[in-house]
Design a protein around this ligand. Structure first.
Ligand code: ZN
Length: 94
């Protein structure tokens, strides 16, 4: 048993960053990474209407508006094609 190796190991353990529990998802992160984790994983819940919040109602309303805007520019033939495509999508089980 060599005491020097033992001392190095203890030093590495002591240098590890203190884990902090995320109060939103309850997972442990180092204090240095917690703020960026919260921004990346939970930030979208606060920023309604951003591109990251794909399931927020504001973003969905924005999407509907865009689809209608694009739909208006289509020829009658393509409008029919879009309606047929949408009907097919609706028939498929989720
Ligand atoms: Zn979290």
């Amino acid at each position: 048993m060599r005491p020097i190796e033992h001392g190095v190991l203890l030093c590495e353990v002591a240098a590890m960053p203190e884990p902090v529990r995320c109060d939103i998802c309850g997972k442990l992160y180092s204090s240095r990474h917690l703020s960026s984790h919260k921004r990346l994983a939970h930030g979208k819940e606060k920023l309604a209407g951003s591109a990251a919040g794909q399931n927020s109602s504001a973003t969905q309303q924005d999407g509907v508006k865009k689809i209608i805007e694009i739909y208006k520019t289509l020829s009658a033939e393509n409008k029919e094609r879009v309606r047929a495509q949408l009907a097919t999508l609706e028939q498929k089980p989720a």
